[in-house]
Design a protein around this ligand. Structure first.
Ligand code: ADP
Ligand code: MG
Length: 328
């Protein structure tokens, strides 16, 4: 496989870089008298920078990334929608496939997912084309969504008797006219397809692992964080051996990191010891703004672009894009 396609990408300055840099305060318009004033200025500048930032180079072919971890509440959905929005802000065309019957990713991206809405269920169970059930995210340009309805809950059982039941999603994605290389799919191709998995290792997650070439595992920075990962990695090995030899765990993202606790940094160290370079340098802080955004049908990227959560998701997205496709 081709490697590091986008590694030569120019030096993009993100809002996070701006915050990390000591800003040259003290000019006529700035107020350095209080920490609050300084913070406000940092936020304003970060927002301005987010709007004027140059875009990143696009990968040569659609990167299909599966966001999975059978543990619930580790930040799969939050990371899927915010990374998707951040990648779109960085000039990438992104498709999010909601594969969790709860439809939380659909909610956060502001798309309809009532029963009867054309959805992942139709594509995976009935064989409707993915293009037909793809809808535009109203909040973010260059972001598309395949919503999940509660019907998907039945798919785990309905799929059992279906032919080639593990590769339904893979076929659906591969048949999408906007998936592939620049030659196959043209300028309008998706650069990223992110699949948000349910919190289980059933047939739906299996379908995602067969469909993807990269896997992103969010790990919550808390006690027991690594528990259950063994089983997840065994499943990945099984899929690699029998169903999808291209699958690589390319990205680990530490989420809900609380810098004030020693536990969080201990967990992050342990994760890095296990996974090395696969772990993104950027960790996602625990932040109220991140958890509030979905109730407004928004990602934190549009709900509060200058907040630490948004800046860190932007930085994480930049890392993913600049690291490029992993060597196999
Ligand atoms: P999963 O999809 O793995 O079940 P979610 O993304 O739904 O996990 O996150 C679980 C809960 O934690 C949600 O209520 C979400 O709003 C919250 N959450 C996720 N990431 C953060 C964060 N960085 N800061 C604060 N709350 C978060
Ligand atoms: Mg979820």
């Amino acid at each position: 496989m081709v490697s590091r396609e986008t590694s030569s990408v120019f030096d993009v300055r993100t809002a996070a870089d701006v915050v990390a840099t000591k800003l040259p305060l003290g000019d006529d318009n700035s107020d350095e008298t209080t920490p609050l004033a300084r913070e406000a200025e940092v936020t304003v500048r970060a927002r301005f920078d987010a709007r004027t930032r140059p875009t990143l180079a696009r990968p040569e072919h659609t990167r299909v990334m599966v966001v999975a971890n059978q543990k619930g509440g580790v930040g799969k959905t939050t990371s899927t929608v915010n990374l998707a929005a951040a990648l779109a802000q960085l000039g990438q065309r992104v498709l999010v496939i909601d594969l969790d019957p709860q439809g939380n990713a659909s909610t956060a991206l502001g798309v309809e997912h009532r029963r009867g809405t054309p959805s992942t269920y139709d594509a995976v169970v009935d064989g409707t084309s993915l293009e037909e059930v793809t809808t535009r995210c109203p909040e973010v340009d260059d972001l598309w969504v395949v919503p999940a309805t509660i019907d998907l809950a039945g798919a785990e059982i309905e799929l059992v008797s279906v032919v080639a039941r593990e590769s339904r999603l893979q076929k659906a994605i591969a048949a999408h006219p906007r998936v592939g290389t620049a030659e196959e799919a043209g300028e309008e191709r998706f650069d990223y397809v992110l699949v948000d998995c349910p919190p289980s290792l059933g047939l739906l997650t299996l379908n995602a692992l067969v469909a993807g070439e990269e896997m992103l595992i969010p790990i919550q920075a808390e006690y027991y964080a690594l528990e259950g990962l063994g089983m997840l990695l065994e499943t990945v090995d099984m899929v690699k051996a029998h169903l999808n030899p291209r699958l690589v765990v390319s990205t680990i993202l530490v989420t809900m990191y609380d810098a004030r606790t020693r536990l969080a940094s201990g967990v992050a160290d342990e994760v890095r010891e296990h996974f090395g370079d696969q772990v993104l340098k950027t960790t996602i802080p625990r932040s109220v703004r991140v958890s509030e955004a979905p109730s407004y049908g928004q990602t934190v990227m549009s709900y509060d672009p200058g907040s630490p959560g948004a800046l860190c998701y932007l930085e994480a997205a930049r890392e993913i894009a600049t690291k490029g496709v992993p060597i196999r």
